[in-house]
Design a protein around this ligand. Structure first.
Ligand code: NAP
Length: 456
């Protein structure tokens, strides 16, 4: 790995990379099959990723003809890192077993350890015999849509593929490691003005938000649409807010602290609701919701935005879905991709059908949607929302932060990259876009956010 890193840092040629020996083992973050019941009987909040995520050497898998080995310079924490590490709603080893039954290549994924991580930036080291468009030495980012392109159901919209999977969650050999194995159709060119860690945090959350909001496959936002965004400084929400602004809409962002409200203003969102300060209690008790609270939220949105939201960007699930269905405009869309606070949701169906609203479901993004999103980032229209950077050794701690909602935006993880700030190949473009825009969420910016202070 030392030799590989030296080659990357010194800008070695494609031939140099092609001549390198792939190491037999590499450093990775993983959970263990025989620990999948370690948190049994413990409340979800008490399940601690620092106990279940291990860092150590793992054997390098063989390369399939349609795959590439990539030296991972940086990766990121996603909420699926949390789900895997607390073994909820299911231990992920069942997904690997299912993949293992599909083919000889699928069988490689069945191991006693699951290497996690569904994002990454890095350098292609070697490609399989069927790979045409990428070569050793290419700087890439990786999206997490893992599909079998010989399956007819994977065409048209690959998210509809019968065996569609998320890399590093429903497959092994994830991105939180010094090396990974991905299908060539997961590769995209790395945005040239970003460093490794900034480039690593975008693909999963940004592409998911793109499909939810921009793509015809979900809510297909129009110019002028008002969009209510839950968790507007979170992983999904930070990109959703930017996509709404970039697409000529008006975001109404919901967050849970004055500092996050300020961060949202910095991102360009003027209509902000602090759900904690305004103390919304949508559930009176475990079984009953409070329509008065839905109305209070709806009134607040009208005060701020002048109208009801055309689109509600939903992912908290049980806690908020009743309110989301209620506040959406007549004929509006509630687009959902998750249920962080519980997946058995409840809403008043009268408010849905009588006002001709619809609920659209969405899940990650197909290659084309991920590619379009990556293009927006490469063009400097949408920016990374990286707040903090962790070392691979501290993945457990980083996942803990996300599990307990102690973070903003995205948490990056340095894998092979020896320190922050490396990997920019177009410094002029970076200068043109401007450091200020690229670092709105950066820890220094976030830590100095004083809700009382005047805007600078
Ligand atoms: P994140 O970085 O933790 O952000 C989520 C935000 O939601 C938080 O910042 C928080 O903001 C808000 N939130 C959390 N609990 C809430 C509650 N009970 N009520 C209202 N707001 C709440 O996570 P993320 O990366 O955005 O992911 C969010 C969810 O989407 C996760 O469940 C994840 O697994 C899922 N996801 C699904 C896909 C897919 O393809 N289907 C892709 C990515 C993520 P405030 O506290 O500031 O309000």
């Amino acid at each position: 790995m030392k030799e590989i890193l030296e080659a990357i840092e010194s800008g070695a040629s494609s031939e140099d990379f092609a001549a390198m020996t792939i190491p037999e083992s590499y450093r990775a973050a993983y959970v263990l099959k025989d620990e999948a019941d370690m948190f049994e009987g413990i409340d979800s909040r008490e399940k601690d990723p620092r106990k279940s995520i291990h860092i150590g050497e793992v054997p390098t898998p063989e390369l399939a003809p349609d795959e590439a080995y990539v030296a991972v310079m940086a990766s990121s924490i996603n909420f699926n890192t949390v789900w895997t590490s607390i073994f909820e709603p299911l231990p992920t080893f069942g997904f690997l077993d299912r993949l293992g039954r599909e083919s000889k290549w699928g069988a490689r994924h069945v191991r006693d350890h699951h290497i996690i991580g569904s994002d990454g930036s890095g350098v292609v080291l070697k490609v399989g015999s069927a790979v045409r468009l990428y070569k050793p030495g290419d700087h890439v980012v990786m999206h997490c849509n893992y599909v079998d392109d010989q399956d007819p159901s994977a065409h048209d919209d690959s998210m509809m593929a019968a065996n569609q999977r998320i890399w590093g969650f429903e497959t092994n050999f994830g991105g939180l490691a010094d090396l990974t194995v991905v299908k060539a159709n997961q590769l995209m060119p790395k945005p040239t003005h970003l460093n490794w860690e900034e480039a690593a945090v975008n693909a999963l959350c940004a592409s998911t938000s793109y499909r939810m909001l921009v793509s015809n496959n979900a809510s297909a936002m129009k110019q002028g649409d008002k969009v209510l965004i839950w968790g507007a400084t979170g992983g999904l929400g930070g990109y959703a807010t930017q996509l709404v602004l970039n697409g000529g809409g008006t975001p109404i962002g919901i967050v849970s602290s004055p500092a996050k409200a300020k961060l949202l203003n910095k991102l360009g969102c003027e209509a902000v609701i602090d759900r904690k300060a305004e103390n919304y209690r949508f559930w009176k008790d475990e079984h009953n919701q409070d329509e008065k609270e839905w109305r209070r939220l709806g009134k607040r949105i009208r005060e701020l935005a002048g109208d009801d939201p055309d689109i509600v960007f939903e992912h908290p699930g049980r806690q908020t879905m009743g309110a989301s269905v209620f506040v959406a405009k007549r004929g509006g869309t509630i687009v959902t991709c998750a249920a962080t606070s519980g997946y058995m949701i409840e809403y008043d169906n009268r408010h849905l059908w009588m006002k001709l609203k619809q609920i659209a479901s969405s899940h990650f993004a197909n290659y084309s949607e991920a590619w379009e999103m990556n293009r927006l980032i490469n063009d400097g229209a949408i920016h990374p929302i990286m707040s903090h950077v962790y070392s691979l050794d501290d993945v457990g701690m980083a996942a803990y932060q996300v599990h307990h909602n102690l973070h903003e935006g995205k948490l990056a993880v340095l894998c092979l990259a020896p320190q922050e700030g490396h990997g920019v190949t177009d410094p002029e473009k970076r200068e043109r876009i401007g450091e200020k825009k690229l670092t709105v969420f950066h820890r220094h910016a976030v830590e100095t956010l004083d809700p009382q202070a005047e805007d600078d």
